[in-house]
Design a protein around this ligand. Structure first.
Ligand SMILES: *Cc1c(COP(=O)(O)O)cnc(C)c1O
Length: 232
């Protein structure tokens, strides 16, 4: 049952935070609803979840439209986060749909987001996706180019860069993901010392969020552990 899964995830988050001497309340759960139906999202919202993550612009657009009346009726504030790779031709739509874009990974994309955000008078909250593994399927900017991209984003007036995001390779044993999370935190800390006030670390998924929290995650993106296996 969803309510039980939610309690179980929040319990694990709390314990992981306490193990690391952190305040559990500083960790935001992005409930990943990709490939989940509208009814699941409604149920999750009724059970108190407020941040939803999608990885495809068109899918998110359809869902947000379909949930309009529900959200108005319940008078709740839902935040939608874009967690997947963002194509240039989807930027315009993405800006209208998403509170936070987790996946900025090139100067070209940052400049485009800034340009389109300016047109609609929005300051777009973004995270920079860093590629810490050599897996070909993973997007992200290389660690050595991250500072340059962050520096650019700080100069773009319609972008607010709040932190970094990463997706480590999948490991059966989540301990194996720890070095990747630690590395992302180190990159953030070193940028912070250089004057870039980054606060968010979006890292950790169903299989490894507890380790990510021990290493400093402030946003965990959780799908399967909340909603069960996706049927794709
Ligand atoms: C699907 C997805 C998740 C959630 O994965 P689970 O293992 O189901 O928790 C998190 N982040 C991104 C970028 C995803 O695409």
């Amino acid at each position: 049952m969803l309510s039980e899964r939610i309690s179980s995830v929040f319990k694990k988050i709390t314990y992981a935070a306490l193990r690391a001497g952190r305040n559990p309340e500083e960790i935001k759960v992005v409930a990943v609803t990709k490939s989940q139906g509208i009814d699941k999202i409604k149920e999750a919202a009724q059970l108190g979840l407020r941040i939803f993550g999608e990885n495809r612009v068109q899918e998110a657009k359809n869902k947000i439209e379909a949930l309009k009346d529900f959200i108005a009726q319940w008078q709740i504030n839902i935040e939608w986060h874009m967690i997947g790779h963002l194509q240039s031709n989807k930027v315009k739509d993405a800006l209208r749909l998403f509170e936070v874009i987790h996946s900025v990974d090139s100067e070209k994309l940052a400049v485009l987001i800034n340009k389109e955000a300016e047109k609609i008078g929005k300051i777009q909250r973004v995270l920079i996706q860093v590629k810490l593994s050599e897996e070909e399927s993973k997007f992200g900017i290389e660690p050595e180019n991250t500072e340059k991209l962050v520096e650019l984003c700080f100069r773009l007036p319609n972008i607010k860069v709040e932190g970094l995001m990463t997706i480590p390779p999948y490991f059966e044993n989540p301990e194996n993901a720890r070095p990747y999370f630690r590395k992302l935190r180190q990159i953030k800390d070193s940028l912070f010392q250089k004057g870039y006030a980054l606060t968010e670390l979006s890292m950790g998924m169903s299989n490894d969020f507890e380790v990510a929290i021990e290493e400093g995650a402030t946003m965990v993106r959780i799908g399967t552990a909340l909603f069960g296996q996706r049927i794709n």
